[in-house]
Structures are given as C-alpha cells and as structure tokens.
Unconditional design. Structure first.
Length: 220
C-alpha cells in the first residue's frame, strides 16, 4: 500500500509551526541566559579555595548532569507543586532548562577559568586591582573568548531540548507539530517540515555564533 505525500494540510497550519518555533527559541535563549549566571557562579564555586563550597558546587553538577532532563522536567512540573511550589508550564520548563544548562555550563566556565594564565591575576594585583576587578576586567573577558565555541554548542543543544516541553503541553514546535499530526493525519509530512525547521534553525544559530566568535577572537 503506497503513501502519497500531500503537504497542503501542513502548509495551512504552517503559522502554528512558526509560532511554536518562536516559542522554542525564546525558551532556549531565556534558559541559557539564566543558565550562564548559574554556571558562572558554580564555576567560581568549583574553583574556590573553600572545600565546602567546592563540594556543594560539585554535588549540584553531579546530580543534575546525571539525571535525564525529561525526569527533571516532570519533577519540576508535577512533583514540586506537592511540596508547595507551583509554577506555570512555561515558567516550570524554563526553570528546569536553566538549572540543567547551568550544570553543564559550570564545567565549561571552569575550564575557561583554568585556561586564563595565572600570571595575569598576579599582574592585576601588582598594579593595585582588587580581586573582583581582576575577575571582571581581566579574567572574564578572556574566559568568554575561550568558552564561546562550547557555549554555542550548548545553546544549540538547549534549543533542541525545548522539544521536551511538549511533555507538559507547552506549545512549542514539537507540540504544535504533534497537534497538526493528530488533526490532519499527515504524519510523514508534518514531521518532515518540523525536522526541516529544526535543522534550518540550528544551522542559522551555528552560523551566527561562528560570526560572533570571529568578531571577538584575538587576532593572531
């Protein structure tokens, strides 16, 4: 029994896919912004001189990185309300994605911090800069240049992970595609178009991030 492709039903609902795509991008960008703050604080904790701080930061990274993100999403949305913390669907997912990305970015930032030569820190002290000034004016700009490639990969990965928001009925791209699929029964066509949107968006994000990398890279 043959299957004849017919994309007309998908094109009629294409605006829904675009709305879902826009929401997916929004979720990813907000999550990575919050995740960067979490990851940076955790990275400083991982490199702290205090053993207690390093241990706390290490426990957070270990637990989050070894727990499937779907489990975290379901725990945040379904379990936390039982403990008295109730969040909306979008807020719940963004919180989960930010905490999840923060654990991965912590290791990225830790590697970036360790890649900054120790002599620059000592040079900053020698000219009278305070430790916080050294971090903000010397260490962090150099670290950002070093971690931009893995940071780009994390952003693209987070964008793809937004598809898991469909599990709690957040109307992002995968949710909208599944809705069109159920309503029109055009299974192959719907998922072909959705896949093409994911691939095109990831490719565009990668190209934009490479452009940023070239702009802020140190000339050799």
């Amino acid at each position: 029994m043959g299957y004849t492709l017919n994309f007309s039903a998908v094109w009629r609902n294409f605006d829904q896919l675009l709305q879902g795509l826009a929401l997916s991008l929004g979720l990813a960008f907000i999550a990575i912004l919050i995740g960067c703050v979490i990851g940076l604080v955790t990275a400083f904790g991982l490199t702290s001189k205090s053993g207690v701080v390093r241990r706390i930061a290490g426990i957070y990274v270990t637990i989050i990185r070894n727990t499937p993100i779907l489990v975290l999403v379901l725990f945040t949305f379904f379990a936390l309300p039982q403990l008295g913390l109730r969040l909306g669907k979008i807020e719940s997912f963004v919180t989960t994605l930010a905490v999840y990305s923060g654990a991965y970015l912590a290791e990225v930032f830790r590697g970036g911090l360790l890649s900054v030569p120790r002599g620059l820190h000592e040079a900053g002290l020698a000219i009278g800069l305070k430790p916080m000034q050294i971090r903000t004016s010397i260490v962090m700009p150099l670290m950002i240049r070093n971690v931009l490639p893995p940071l780009s990969s994390t952003l693209i990965s987070l964008f793809k992970d937004t598809s898991l928001a469909a599990a709690i009925a957040v109307p992002e791209l995968t949710y909208e595609a599944r809705k069109i699929n159920v309503e029109t029964f055009r299974v192959v066509e719907t998922w072909i178009v959705a896949s093409c949107l994911y691939v095109a968006t990831c490719s565009l994000l990668a190209a934009l991030m490479r452009m940023v990398e070239r702009r802020i890279s140190i000339p050799r």
